[in-house]
Design a protein around this ligand. Structure first.
Ligand code: ZN
Length: 149
């Protein structure tokens, strides 16, 4: 099977049946994201257990790319540590904006690599990055909360 077809199937599948598409209550953290270029709106919820993302979810409305990206993100990050989430955020940002450092191992991104195709459609890149920016906002809150300053 052609890799492009496989990637397209992943995005279609995650848009049709988004994973973790619900409000998370109680949520330790949440953040709202909006992409005015396309009209995508979503809320990302995190439930933290110490340094681990015990659960996460999202809800909102948007185009297929924004929904599939958020679905893939929540599927991937459940049970991961905050440090792993931050690393993945950086890798995804690099992948989607085309600044992938040579040493980035896209293999390790697994299904998330399906989103790389949006680079060919510059107007859709923000659809794919929206959930990641929203996640990062939620994570940043948490970092502020645990700082000793
Ligand atoms: Zn969109």
């Amino acid at each position: 099977m052609d890799l492009k077809d496989l990637y397209k199937d992943i995005i279609v599948d995650h848009n049709r049946s988004p994973r973790n598409f619900r409000k998370l209550e109680p949520a330790t953290r949440s953040a709202n994201g909006f992409n005015p270029l396309c009209g995508d709106k979503l809320t990302v919820y995190l439930q933290l257990d110490g340094e681990t993302i015990a659960d996460l979810s999202f809800e909102g409305s948007g185009c297929a790319i924004s929904v599939a990206s958020a679905s893939l993100m929540t599927e991937r990050l459940k049970g991961k540590t905050l440090a792993e989430a931050k690393t993945l955020y950086a890798s995804m940002h690099a992948l989607l904006t085309g600044n992938t450092p040579a040493e980035t191992d896209t293999q390790s991104l697994g299904k998330l690599a399906a989103l790389e195709g949006v680079k060919e459609y510059p107007s859709r890149v923000k659809c794919a990055t929206l959930c990641w920016h929203t996640l990062e906002a939620a994570l940043r809150n948490d970092t502020a909360a645990v700082t000793t300053e």
